[in-house]
Design a protein around this ligand. Structure first.
Ligand code: SF4
Ligand code: SF4
Length: 257
């Protein structure tokens, strides 16, 4: 199926977002006065997956190695520009105030960065006229054919892969050490702006290091999950969505009583 698309500048996609940023984009966003969150999830990683396990290899590329007690794990950290309502850069005429320097993900939308998620126009904010048949071709036979968008997706995936060591070190500097068990929720840290800038810059200057294996705790809002984690030697932590500690817990399931 062909998907045609051209942005009609309606501004709908620029609201209520957690906008994934590369490390360099996060520093720029923070220095412009924006806020970022660190969204953390832990994937138990008892053994390396087969080369042809494409989903596991995708997770591996965008994560760093860690241990949680006796459990080997991989930690995915997404640094996201977070805002409720309109993006701080959205102008009253619905144009982007930082258009020439807007984050890569803003340039890619509505296409998907994750190769395992199919673009579904009905799940996007763009109005019907943006998808009409007279617009340029974006996708054909499940592949992005617009060269500029395809190149931006490659760039975003590359940053995801090459930023992992920097994120590991920045988390260490910031005392971020607990991730939600993957597919159950997210542990969300919101460090003060200046601390985030300092941690990201310092980690960036140290280079993209993958030569240390940090210790992380794994949080869940389900007691049975925590018990299972603990039984296999992991540092499981029970949390609630009302967690008033260092991070917020966004659970995908109802929490245990
Ligand atoms: S940076 Fe610009 S394009 Fe991106 S969400 Fe904000 S206003 Fe929209
Ligand atoms: S919602 Fe779609 S059409 Fe509207 S500004 Fe965003 S990308 Fe463009």
């Amino acid at each position: 199926m062909d998907i045609n698309f051209e942005c009609v500048m309606c501004g709908k996609c620029c609201h209520d977002l957690k906008l994934p940023l590369s490390v360099d984009e996060a520093v720029i966003w923070l220095e412009r006065g924006g806020d970022v969150q660190f969204l953390c999830e832990a994937v138990p990683w008892p053994e390396e997956p087969a080369e042809d396990n494409l989903l596991a290899q995708h997770k591996r590329r965008r994560s760093f190695a860690a241990s949680s007690g006796e459990l080997p794990a991989r930690i995915v950290v997404v640094i996201a520009a977070a805002f409720e309502g309109a993006c701080p850069h959205l102008q009253s005429n619905l144009s982007c105030g930082v258009y020439e320097e807007r984050p890569t993900v803003c340039r890619i939308y509505p296409a998907e960065v994750n190769p395992f998620i199919e673009l579904n126009p009905q799940q996007k904010a763009c109005p019907p006229e943006a998808w009409s048949a007279d617009k340029p071709l974006l996708m054909r036979a499940h592949r992005i054919v617009d060269e500029q968008t395809a190149a931006l997706i490659d760039k975003s995936r590359l940053a995801d892969a090459t930023d992992t060591g920097t994120k590991a070190l920045a988390c260490k500097h910031l005392g971020i050490d607990t991730a939600a068990l993957a597919n159950e929720g997210l542990a969300i840290y919101s460090p003060p702006r200046e601390q985030s800038i300092a941690a990201l810059k310092s980690a960036r200057e140290a280079g993209d290091r993958n030569d240390f294996v940090p210790e992380w705790k794994v949080a869940s809002n389900r007691r049975e999950t925590v018990e299972t984690l603990t039984s296999i030697g992991a540092l499981g932590v029970f949390t609630t969505t009302q967690n008033a500690g260092a991070f917020q817990y966004l659970g995908f399931f109802t929490e245990s009583a």
